[in-house]
Write a protein that binds this ligand. Structure first.
Ligand code: NAD
Length: 248
């Protein structure tokens, strides 16, 4: 029996990358997993693989949350997207979309699942933040603003949840080997006229001490630990998985 046997988990953006790794890992720990994504085939494939349930939802739509399960013990707010542009050229509608998916949807989902967690006297909210939840990079105004917002939301949920056995934390990776990062590597390679390996060394990993991309499974393992009883006193914090980026 896994540590999450009998527990129900909901993971947004569960069709790909870190969300997919979290779905596999939490299912391995015994949870029934709801895989939420706007990518229908991707969500179904992951749900089938873990014996879970797929839900197709566009989290930019605030009404989408009402149709998702609320009897959730473990909520992983993971869905996200990136847009890279200088502030004076940043499309306002992309800025708004990123806040909707990466701040408003986590708020609405936490609000949606809190009554069940409070009733049970146990709950885990894990917000997939980023090194950009505490650090800035040029051209990522929307993403950096959203991740800082998510860190704040997570702390409030920790304080309100504590009397009810609910913890809320962020997990804050540096660059993880996922489609989101592979797209950035390809775009930077085109822009600078260099190859992908050079983009990794001289652009993406320039600020990290460990000169390797993080694997999605490494992030999922920290999520699993935060969901266990040994992490019951870990709340309102952000666990960095950043190869030493924020140590500098
Ligand atoms: P990914 O692109 O592999 O997966 C993101 C998933 O979110 C996709 O399945 C996508 O369909 C889904 N999604 C996006 N917008 C959605 C919407 N409106 N409604 C429903 N689903 C939507 O990305 P990833 O790298 O696995 O990123 C997952 C999370 O991890 C994001 O919040 C990201 O900011 C964070 N993160 C990633 C890295 C990294 O280096 N990859 C680093 C730090 C933090």
């Amino acid at each position: 029996m896994g540590t999450l046997a009998g527990k129900i988990a909901l993971i947004t953006g569960g069709a790909s990358g870190i969300g997919r790794a979290c779905a596999l890992t939490l299912a391995d720990a015994g949870a029934h997993v709801h895989v939420v994504d706007r990518d229908a085939p991707g969500a179904s494939a992951v749900a089938d693989q873990v014996g879970g349930t797929a839900h197709v939802a566009d989290l930019a739509d605030p009404d989408a949350v009402a149709g998702l399960p609320a009897d959730v013990d473990v909520l992983v707010n993971n869905a996200g997207l990136q847009h890279v542009a200088p502030i004076h050229e940043f499309p306002p509608e992309r800025f708004t979309l990123i806040q909707q998916v990466m701040v408003t949807a986590p708020f609405l989902l936490t609000r949606h699942c809190f009554p069940h967690m409070r009733e049970r006297g146990w709950g885990r909210v894990v917000n997939i933040s980023s090194v950009h939840g505490s650090r800035a990079s040029a051209y990522k105004a929307a993403y950096v603003a959203a991740k800082h917002g998510l860190e704040g939301l997570s702390k409030v949920a920790a304080i309100e949840g504590a009397p009810h056995g609910i913890t809320s934390n962020c997990v804050s990776p540096g660059y993880v080997r996922t489609p989101l990062v592979e797209q950035q590597v390809a775009a930077q390679a085109r822009e600078h006229g260099i190859d992908a390996a050079e983009v990794l060394d001289s652009v993406l990993l320039a600020r990290t001490a460990v000169k390797r991309l993080i694997e999605p499974e490494q992030v999922a393992d920290v999520v699993r630990w935060l969901c266990g009883d040994s992490a019951a006193h870990v709340t309102g914090t952000s666990v960095a998985i950043d190869g030493g980026w924020t140590a500098q």
